[in-house]
Design a protein around this ligand. Structure first.
Ligand code: C2O
Ligand code: CU
Ligand code: CU
Length: 510
């Protein structure tokens, strides 16, 4: 059966708000322009036939010489076919959309040559990576068109699913929306010793979740309800629209990355089957946590292991994420539901090892080590009342310090808080001990309106008084609108400069 999305005819009204409605597969589809753009719930549940095989981003093949690993990445502009009909103008790294998956091991000395072959200045940030601020790829490490930037660092953190994406001052949302992003998998002996599904593309599957809207000639458009940033009404998984995955093993591990600009998801299977959460942003959990629903905010990762029976099908969906607010969160997708990915099990499945009861121990950080407690008040487009200033140093942290960061959202909007450099443990959520699924290392956390979350982290390894790390809201429009600040890590007893030197010809758009 053939299935295609219809497209709005040229000149259809309020194109950015157009949504295609299909009653059932094979039935004629109609284009409906919704009157109240951004407030009408979106649902694709039951509308897809999952005709397209899920694209698996290729594993990058680095030059490896012992522990020295060198990757090449090139920003490219191109076109990508997501739907029937015209291809979409996109950006990618080493391809027209997304990127190869990078993979490295504990102890590797990594160098990445990042070449900018698009006609705009951009950056490439290693989200979740513990590395020097000069290699971090934030707004201070701009890559001009035609230039190559070659950050280098040593992997010294546990196995985890990280990612990379542009992080340009005030233009991150646009560059990420075009498609320049990818997954970065870290391995270590502790994870390798566990009997987990770990054959990439077979029983260990990247699942990069992005929402997009398609307008005239299948070009990406933006549907932007007030203050949420871009929210798309179609889902791409690894750049595949309407996807299925052929499953050949009893257990399959899904490395889910919410690489969307502003949308939250609630991961659930259509038959509500339980799955096991084994890892969050920055590493494996102490033990698998059985769940049926998991909320994921922009920037977060979650590794799920799901059991399949021979011949069956199961659809991973996102169903009405609870944003912890009755009114404020609607714009970030709380009333929306999607079919994300259909799993199609073969008639004969290869047996998988039983999931271990224990994964990796967590080295707790003790409150008596804490040298500073800081408060972060998330405003509507500020943090602690400030908008991002490339030259201002918001915080100075001593190398090696253990700090508690208390993040409060007293306003109506959902926010997803992400500090660079560190991995943190959640101490409490609104005064309550964290639920089991928040018991591991994180680098990004959803902060619902009206709540306070306290996290603890050690800041170690890379003092540099002149180059800051960022902390920000990972709803990218909020970040671009100014919900970002900077911290420098210094040697104890030294004083950093008052301002960050950003050079004379820096164009920050003001
Ligand atoms: Cu995913 Cu500051 O970034
Ligand atoms: Cu980051
Ligand atoms: Cu925000």
């Amino acid at each position: 059966m053939h299935f295609a999305l219809s497209r709005p005819s040229p000149g259809s009204p309020s194109q950015g708000c157009v949504r295609r409605i299909g009653a059932a597969v094979g039935v004629a589809l109609a284009v409906v322009a919704l009157g109240a753009c951004g407030s009408s719930p979106v649902s694709t549940v039951g509308e897809l036939d999952f005709a397209n095989p899920l694209r698996i981003p290729p594993l990058a093949e680095p030059d490896r010489d012992g522990n020295r690993v060198t990757f090449d990445l090139e920003f490219q502009a191109g076109t990508t076919r997501f739907l029937d009909g015209p291809a979409t103008d996109t950006w990618g790294l080493n391809g027209s959309y997304l990127a190869p998956t990078l993979r490295a091991r504990l102890g590797d000395q990594v160098t990445v040559h990042v070449t900018n072959s698009v006609d705009e200045t951009t950056t490439l940030h290693w989200h979740g990576m513990h590395l020097p601020s000069s290699e971090d790829g934030g707004p201070h490490q701009m890559i001009e068109p035609g230039a190559t930037w070659s950050p280098s660092w040593t992997i010294n953190q546990p196995a985890a699913t990280l990612w990379f994406h542009p992080h340009l001052h005030e233009r991150t949302a646009e560059h990420v929306y075009r498609g320049a992003a990818g997954m970065f998998i870290l391995d270590d002996p502790a994870a390798a010793a566990l009997d987990l599904p770990d054959t990439y593309g077979v029983d260990d599957i990247p699942v990069i979740v992005q929402d997009r809207s398609f307008g005239r000639d299948n070009q990406f458009t933006r549907r932007e309800p007030a203050n949420t940033g871009i929210l798309g009404d179609e889902i791409l998984i690894n750049g595949t629209h309407n996807p299925h995955l052929d499953v050949t093993t009893e257990l399959v591990r899904l490395r889910v990355l919410n690489a969307s600009n502003g949308r939250l998801y609630n991961l659930r299977f259509d038959d509500h089957r339980p799955y096991h959460l084994i890892a969050t942003d920055s590493g494996l959990l102490p033990a698998p946590v059985e769940m049926t629903d998991l909320r994921m905010a922009p920037g977060e990762r979650a590794e799920l292991v799901v059991a399949m029976r021979p011949g069956e099908r199961a659809v991973l969906q996102s169903v009405e994420p609870d944003l912890g607010t009755s009114s404020g969160g609607r714009g970030n997708g709380s009333h929306d539901s999607f079919d994300l990915l259909q799993l199609r099990a073969a008639d004969h499945l290869e047996s998988s090892a039983t999931l271990p009861n224990q994964l990796v121990p967590i080295d707790e950080l003790h409150p008596n080590e804490v040298v500073a407690t800081r408060s972060f008040e998330l405003g509507n487009d500020t943090i602690n009342g400030n908008k991002m200033d490339m030259e201002r140093v918001d915080l100075v942290v001593e190398n090696g310090a253990v700090e508690v960061w208390e993040i409060t959202n007293d306003h109506g909007r959902p926010h997803s808080f992400h500090p660079h450099l560190i991995h943190f443990l959640v101490l409490d959520v609104d005064g309550h001990p964290p639920p089991p699924h928040l018991s591991g290392w994180k680098d990004t956390i959803y902060v619902p309106p009206g709540e306070t979350i306290r996290v603890i982290a050690r800041f170690d390894g890379y003092p540099d008084p002149t180059v800051p790390y960022m902390f920000h809201c990972h709803i990218l429009q909020h970040e671009d609108d100014g919900m970002m600040g900077q911290f420098v890590v210094i040697e104890p007893g030294t004083t950093p400069p008052d301002r960050i030197d950003i050079g004379e010809d820096h164009d920050d758009g003001h």
